[in-house]
Design a protein around this ligand. Structure first.
Ligand SMILES: Cc1cc2nc3c(=O)[nH]c(=O)nc-3n(C[C@H](O)[C@H](O)[C@H](O)COP(=O)(O)O)c2cc1C
Length: 362
């Protein structure tokens, strides 16, 4: 009789054989140099976490326009490629695998973070509620500029170029950030997309930009080294949809044609049903997608193993647990106690709360 699958069982993902099913979720930590260049401190942080079946890097802006937070590492110029190279080498030396998360924030930015103090861009000129952190402090969000139809190819080209930079930097693949209220999600959901052209209105139109980005990125990498992240329940960044079951169901079905490395669904927002739109049923989404499926948000070793055993997911991504436990797979294997994450150092603090969490062996 074959043994039941657990979070520690090996799995194939795209062309890669992973030793376990723990994915390190993408985690913005704001430790890059100004100029968005990855540094030696980041090398150490990722090296420490190379025991993950797969690391997904923090979101990396695909262009200066794609940036929405200070000290986030970009993936569009030579200095950044070199900085990332040191990270991918360190992870590979320890036998790990690492994908880069391709990120354009759209309206979740501010002129203080944009080249030449420009307005952030978005599908429609709708101001998000809330505030944005810049190097000069907190500011209210501004009303973004709606992208012209003629500018859409330039957005797709930013993703394609960044995907090529990630290839040069030695990553094993890339994840397209279609989640959490950023640009591709702003196009997808009708609360933020009021366009009347081929990129707005009907579900197929709102999903068009994401699917065209997938195609462009897959042209660089081959689709089996490309993942997509979506967040159907997530209200973060003032986003909602009037029919998420239809919107995200359509996207999951459309993604089947690419033979991707994986679809990554974060369940963030499940604790506040209704905040991102009418009720969403994750169990209805799962069977629509034929490939490898990663789930995320609030999982433990036990609930992750249950999700895998019950075929609700093939792999599980852990965010806060990987922040606090660089050796998380080993801790799960030994049923060892876990370090507690310190939220005060998620986005600041240098080495503190970044590379100084103890290993079991310490
Ligand atoms: C400090 C921090 C930074 C994050 N940065 C990103 C990011 O860059 N990209 C992304 O898609 N999600 C990001 N997330 C969301 C996480 O990937 C993950 O979905 C979330 O933490 C829930 O999983 P968990 O309960 O295992 O922590 C971030 C979360 C935290 C706490």
């Amino acid at each position: 009789m074959s043994e039941a699958l657990t979070i520690l069982s090996p799995v194939k993902l795209g062309p890669y054989d992973l030793p376990n099913r723990l994915v390190m979720a993408p985690l913005t930590r704001c430790r890059a140099d100004s100029g968005g260049v990855p540094n030696a401190l980041m090398v150490e942080y990722y090296r420490q976490r190379a025991g993950a079946g797969l690391i997904i890097s923090e979101g990396a802006p695909v262009s200066p326009q794609g940036k929405g937070y200070p000290y986030t590492p970009g993936i569009y110029n030579d200095a950044q490629i070199q900085g990332w190279q040191a990270i991918t080498s360190a992870v590979h030396e320890r036998g790990g695998r690492i994908f880069l998360q391709l990120w354009h924030v759209g309206r979740i930015s501010h002129p203080a973070l944009q080249p030449d103090g420009a307005l952030p861009v978005a599908p429609s000129a709708l101001k998000p509620a809330g505030q944005v952190l810049t190097e000069q402090g907190l500011f209210d969000f501004v009303t973004p500029r709606a992208l012209e139809l003629a500018e859409i190819p330039m957005i797709i080209e930013q993703f394609r170029h960044a995907a090529d930079c990630a290839r040069q930097a030695g990553f094993d693949g890339v994840e397209i950030h279609g989640a959490n209220g950023y640009l591709l999600d702003q196009f997808l959901r009708d609360g933020t997309n009021r366009r009347a052209d081929a990129y707005g209105g009907a579900t197929a139109n709102r999903a068009r930009l994401l699917l065209e980005v997938v195609e462009a990125v897959a042209s660089v990498w081959g689709s089996d080294k490309v993942g997509v992240r979506l967040s159907p329940l997530q209200p973060f960044n003032d986003i909602r949809d009037s029919d998420p079951q239809a919107t995200f169901g359509y996207v999951a079905e459309q993604l089947n044609r690419f033979n991707l490395a994986y679809l990554h669904i974060t369940e963030m927002g499940k604790e506040a049903p209704g905040a991102a739109g009418p009720a969403f049923n994750l169990d209805e989404l799962r069977p629509l997608y034929n490939g490898t499926y990663i789930t995320n948000a609030g999982y433990t070793a036990e609930t992750a193993t249950a999700a895998i055993a019950e075929n609700r997911a093939d792999l599980v991504a852990f965010g806060k647990l990987f922040i606090a436990n660089p050796d998380l797979p080993e801790r799960f294997a030994r049923n060892a106690p876990l370090n507690e994450p310190d939220a005060d150092t998620f986005y600041q603090g240098g080495t503190q709360g970044y590379t100084d969490y103890p290993f079991l062996s310490d």
